[in-house]
Design a protein around this ligand. Structure first.
Ligand SMILES: [Zn+2]
Ligand SMILES: [Zn+2]
Length: 232
């Protein structure tokens, strides 16, 4: 079956995302757009993922995710079958973040929000910077937890695997690659089944319509993560 997805959405935890990217606003917008599955992929953090899953309440699939910035300044989307595996992975990330205090006035707020859309806290240290882990190390830790790694926005001129490394190492066992513009589908002449189109939404209106599809046997988180791991 083909499912409509948007697997790259930032919540208000990401300082560059709008403060109204709350769990309920994201879920309701995704439902309005009649999507089958979404993922919340904040920069180097995942404090709002459980609230989004609770807000979704089985009305839409929410894949546990995170967008990591490696030492090489490559953005990698990491997806997991279970929240616990994501939280376990985030424990490692937390230790690898630089100790730079976030200045909300300059960089933006890093809000922790509960399933009722109430602000319950704020991350004090800056989430948007490179962690002290290489691309290989991130891949290794994600794969240990049976997750999928998808290099983000490979068609962009910054923070992408192509802009930073100049190529996609084929020995890493990466399945799919994300492009940020639907009209770039033929970027690098890669086969369509390796391409994942997502919004990278920082504003509610940026969340996709039914325009990006994934072929899965049935609608479940593990099916989606498995498909992202191994392109067909
Ligand atoms: Zn990114
Ligand atoms: Zn992003």
């Amino acid at each position: 079956m083909e499912i409509a997805i948007d697997l790259h959405i930032h919540s208000a935890l990401s300082p560059c995302a709008e403060d109204d990217m709350t769990p309920n606003n994201i879920v309701n917008m995704a439902l309005l757009k009649r999507l089958d599955a979404i993922s919340i992929t904040d920069h180097n953090g995942c404090d709002n993922i459980e609230a989004v899953i609770k807000a979704a309440d089985d009305r839409i699939i929410v894949v546990p995710g995170i967008e990591v910035q490696t030492r090489e300044e490559v953005h990698l989307l990491c997806y997991f079958n279970e929240v616990d595996k994501l939280l376990d992975f985030e424990d490692i990330i937390k230790d690898k973040l630089p100790n730079i205090k976030n200045d909300p006035k300059v960089i933006g707020n890093q809000l922790i929000i509960d399933e009722k859309d109430e602000i319950v806290g704020e991350r004090q240290y800056m989430l948007i910077s490179s962690i002290d882990m290489s691309l290989d190390q991130v891949l290794d830790e994600v794969q240990k937890r049976e997750g999928a790694v998808v290099p983000a926005h490979i068609d962009r001129s910054s923070y992408s695997i192509i802009s930073q490394l100049g190529f996609i190492p084929e020995n890493l066992g990466i399945g799919m690659l994300e492009i940020s513009q639907n009209n770039n589908k033929h970027f690098m002449d890669l086969p369509n089944d390796r391409m994942l189109f997502s919004s990278d939404a920082h504003y509610l209106w940026q969340i996709l319509e039914r325009e990006s599809f994934l072929t899965v046997d049935h609608l479940s988180i593990s099916q989606i993560v498995n498909t992202l791991k191994h392109s067909r």
